[in-house]
Design a protein around this ligand. Structure first.
Ligand SMILES: Cc1cc2nc3c(=O)[nH]c(=O)nc-3n(C[C@H](O)[C@H](O)[C@H](O)COP(=O)(O)OP(=O)(O)OC[C@H]3O[C@@H](n4cnc5c(N)ncnc54)[C@H](O)[C@@H]3O)c2cc1C
Length: 491
């Protein structure tokens, strides 16, 4: 190796960049320097929170759900010391409301394994018996290789595999748009298959859903900043990389603001920016490169819209309710999920006055609720007042006894660049960790992990790119040892 230790750069401090930095900074005293370059003032990327001027509290810009099967994410959170800030649903229970405002309770006692899943589906009152039976058949329809159905959209896959129109519209559509951020007729069936394999039909038994009980910034970005700083990672926020310098098959430098940083022979760069920020990093001479062209094809984002609502008095709603065939997809009782006390309870009332156990299950009082629309291309163009009114009405459909509940504040958050789109046939465009340059590695949720663009995809991609760099450094070290003077010529 060269005299100076390698410098390992990570561009982008979202989940993927944090994961890569975590791997590369393991073990003390290794001869290397790890530098994390992030354009924004904080780490965390799309898992972000903000301080709300209305109530002075920190809220997430958009609700994130976790899966029990997010093994890489959970292992990262364990190292960050925040895994215990996730709560997993056992049994997996949620409400679903259909177009006719029929509210049904889905309860899957997944701790009982496949039996719990099957019994939960069979008991679900939101679908006809025929539809429930059809759903049970889906496990057998999952192909061995997800990529074999990449050419097909998820809706066609479901139809081809015996799912009734009712099951698709009232159940699968909501699951798919929530898991992939795209409607079922626009997303590759391979992603549905991989989601089902990792969750309900996992080889190790069905997996449940979970959520964060502290803001995402406290779960991920802030503790990552602390851990990585303690490990000696040089973290530079507000430091966007504007251009890569390329010569032949190597990255030779990076333009960072007005400075140009040249790379040494053993330096490596892991780039974790989303596809829509990727192309601009490369000089025009590289634009014909097939990998860059493929990533450009993936760079159309699918948006997510959140409408946060604050009611004057608590409204009793379930913790989470999904809406099928409706323009809002979810209502989350944020106060309940975050374990927040309810300050506005009037002196003559008790918490119990606002909560009740209905015939279906528990409704909890909450003043701050959040309505979410995934794959929200159309809703994005509606104006705030319209969206707030829709969200308010959606909440009140759930809580029909309280039509007079007064809204005191609302915030509409449009995440235009929420996730990349992986349409049918686009799986082959997703990059692997190896790039076309010898010392450049690709991570981020666009990497070909087989998963939709999710937190788990981002973490696995970051880990994978970092492991590849480690392998390359080890190989280089072995070669150096072999050729050391006094050891003789290689045979
Ligand atoms: C509202 C919303 C809800 C979501 N819900 C879920 C969910 O329920 N479950 C789930 O699993 N996933 C969910 N996701 C998706 C998940 O958040 C992302 O897949 C994941 O966070 C992506 O991480 P990443 O590190 O790949 O990318 P990012 O988080 O985008 O990180 C990339 C980083 O690179 C930085 N950057 C960009 N350009 C440069 C540059 N030139 N120089 C330096 N830095 C740069 C950016 O500022 C950013 O911090 C949701 C996303 C959104 C927006």
């Amino acid at each position: 190796m060269a005299d100076s230790p390698p410098v390992l750069y990570i561009v982008g401090g979202g989940l993927s960049g944090i994961s890569a930095a975590e791997v590369l900074s393991r073990g003390e005293g290794r001869p290397r320097k790890v530098v994390l370059l992030e354009a924004r003032p904080r780490l965390g990327g799309r898992t972000s929170s903000y301080r709300e001027s209305h109530d002075g509290q920190v809220h997430d810009t958009g609700q994130h759900l976790f899966m029990d099967a997010y093994v890489a994410t959970r292992s990262l959170l364990k190292v960050l010391g925040t895994e215990s800030r996730l709560t997993f649903l056992d049994p997996l229970s949620l409400y679903m409301m259909d177009r006719k405002e029929k509210l049904s309770f889905l309860e899957l006692p997944l701790h009982n394994g496949q039996l719990g899943l099957l019994s939960g589906i069979l008991m679900f009152p939101g679908l006809s018996f025929l539809s429930r039976l059809s759903m049970l058949k889906i496990a057998r329809a999952l192909p061995e290789r997800e990529s074999s159905v990449d050419h097909m959209d998820a809706r066609t896959f479901l139809r081809n595999n015996g799912q009734t129109a009712e099951a698709i519209d009232k159940f699968w559509e909501l699951l798919i748009v929530s898991a992939t951020n795209l409607p079922s007729d626009q997303v590759s069936a391979s992603l549905l298959v991989s989601v089902l394999r990792e969750s309900l039909f996992s080889a190790g038994g069905p997996k449940t859903l979970g959520y964060n009980t502290v803001p995402l910034s406290e779960l991920i970005g802030d503790p990552a900043m602390k851990l990585l700083t303690r490990r000696g990672v040089d973290i530079r926020c507000r430091t966007p990389v504007s251009r890569f310098l390329v010569h032949q098959n190597r990255l030779t430098g990076m333009q960072i603001g007005k400075d140009t940083r040249m790379l040494g022979p053993d330096d490596h760069v892991i780039v974790t920016v989303p596809p829509w920020s990727f192309e601009e990093l490369f000089p025009s001479t590289e634009m014909n490169n097939p990998m860059i062209q493929n990533i450009v094809r993936l760079s159309k984002p699918s948006p997510i819209l959140s409408v946060h609502l604050w009611f004057q008095e608590p409204v009793a709603v379930p913790m989470m309710t999904g809406f099928s065939e409706h323009d809002m997809h979810w209502v989350f009782n944020r106060d309940y999920m975050m374990g927040r006390a309810l300050p506005a309870i009037l002196p003559d009332k008790k918490l119990a006055d606002f909560s009740y156990s209905g015939p279906l299950g528990d409704f909890y009082p909450g003043r701050m609720l959040s309505c979410v629309v995934s794959g929200a291309r159309e809703s994005l163009e509606e104006d705030d007042d319209e969206l707030i009114e829709k969200a308010r009405k959606t909440v009140l459909r759930l809580s029909p006894g309280s039509p007079d509940k007064k809204l005191v504040f609302a915030r509409v958050i449009r995440e235009r660049f929420a996730t990349p789109i992986f349409s049918p046939g686009q799986g082959m465009w997703r990059p692997l960790a190896h790039s076309f340059l010898d010392n450049l590695w690709i991570a981020g949720d666009m990497q070909d992990t087989g998963l939709p663009a999710t937190m788990e995809g981002a973490v696995r991609a970051g880990f994978q790119a970092a492991f590849e760099v480690e392998k390359r450094l080890e190989r280089r070290l072995r070669e150096d040892r072999k050729y050391q003077p006094g050891r003789g010529e290689p045979s």
